[in-house]
Ligand binder design. Structure first.
Ligand SMILES: NC(=O)c1ccc[n+]([C@@H]2O[C@H](COP(=O)([O-])OP(=O)(O)OC[C@H]3O[C@@H](n4cnc5c(N)ncnc54)[C@H](OP(=O)(O)O)[C@@H]3O)[C@@H](O)[C@H]2O)c1
Length: 320
């Protein structure tokens, strides 16, 4: 066998292995690799991690993952009693003491409270190692029927509140010469998700803003991770925007819907944080495949999504 033939066989073997890995995964291949062979979440032990939106869903289960890893936690959301419930559960794993978890109720739309909140955290722990900007709201709406006010409110909670809190935390990280900003984006931050126009716009904005920050921070030892999950079980639809100003969707996710479990999503998010990955995609197929197609074969991806996107999303939402 000559050298060229050997290289060709090797290339085909690598391609087959990658395709097999892709068929049987529920996340992108870099994250899959990190989960098996990368840093364990144990490297985060004693880090001070601030999670927004920790009273429910992905933020709540991420708190459990990080509590098991031994992180000191700041839990933020509006509902204090829910945060206390999450704290109690975190303490039950036995790795943390009461003083290792700060419950910090905060409505992130009250921008003037961001600075005092950061000061309270610094007074308690002296440092913030990781900020997880997770809190957010979703949407179900037709683009052409959506009030401009809904777009505005979506940007306030899913983008501007994230920028504001990060702008308060980042100088503290720069003072110490280290830190990690983690944002809960979505596959809707990578691909135009039909029937969620304002949400898609907001998550794309997060990607853009923080991709720029990652470049500026590289030489200053601050990492930026964008987490992009597909559908995950949580309470997201209860508080979702619709097309109309002031209206809330108030829908429960039903068992049997094609969604990832909250535990699994949180586990993969924790692995991404431990390994300081730049961007991760967390989803089952066919959505994961759609993201791969859009990223690596955008012409084919857009051609296909234009034709099937609305149908697929509508059927998914009808639970079919
Ligand atoms: N579930 C999915 O399918 C999915 C997929 C991709 C991305 N995501 C993203 O994941 C993140 C978490 O959502 P989830 O699915 O876990 O939904 P969830 O269960 O509804 O959690 C949302 C969290 O955000 C908090 N929150 C909402 N408005 C807030 C405000 N004004 N101030 C402070 N906290 C606020 C909520 O707490 P309070 O109500 O107590 O304030 C809650 O803890 C969101 O950014 C979402 O876009 C979710």
């Amino acid at each position: 066998m000559d050298f060229c033939t050997a290289i060709e066989i090797l290339a085909v073997a690598v391609a087959v292995i990658q395709i097999l890995r892709l068929i049987f995964t529920d996340c992108d291949l870099q994250l899959q690799w990190a989960e098996k062979f990368g840093q364990s979440t144990g490297v985060l032990a004693r880090k001070v991690v601030w999670i927004t939106g920790a009273s429910s869903g992905i933020g709540e289960y991420l708190a459990y993952e990080l509590a098991k890893a031994g992180c000191r936690l700041i839990l933020t959301a509006r509902r204090e009693e829910e945060l206390q419930r999450v704290k109690k559960q975190c303490l039950s794993f036995g790795s943390l003491l009461d003083e290792d978890i700060l419950v910090l109720p905060l409505d992130l739309l009250q921008f003037d409270r961001h600075r005092p909140a950061v000061e309270e955290v610094i007074a308690r722990y002296k440092q913030i190692d990781v900020l997880v900007n997770n809190a957010g709201r979703s949407q179900r709406a037709a683009w052409e029927k959506t009030d401009l006010q809904v777009d505005r409110e979506m940007l306030e909670i899913n983008v501007l509140s994230v920028l504001s809190l990060t702008k308060q935390v980042l100088p503290r990280m720069l003072d110490r010469g280290q830190g990690h900003i983690v944002n809960m984006s979505s596959v809707a931050g990578k691909v135009g998700a039909p029937l969620s126009g304002s949400y898609t716009g907001a998550k794309h904005a997060i990607q853009g803003w923080f991709n720029a920050l990652r470049m500026e921070m590289y030489s200053r030892n601050i990492s930026v991770t964008n987490l992009c999950p597909g559908p995950v079980f949580s309470n997201l639809l209860k508080g979702s925007f619709t097309e109309k100003t002031g209206e809330v969707l108030d829908v429960e996710m039903k068992e049997g819907e094609k969604r990832m479990s909250t535990e699994r999503c949180a586990r993969l998010c924790a692995v991404a944080i431990a390994n300081r990955l730049d961007e991760v995609w967390i989803s089952q197929h066919p959505i994961l495949l759609g993201v791969y197609l859009s990223q690596y074969m955008p012409t084919i991806g857009t051609w296909l999504l234009k034709r099937v996107g609305v149908k697929v999303v509508s059927r998914f939402r009808e639970g079919k």
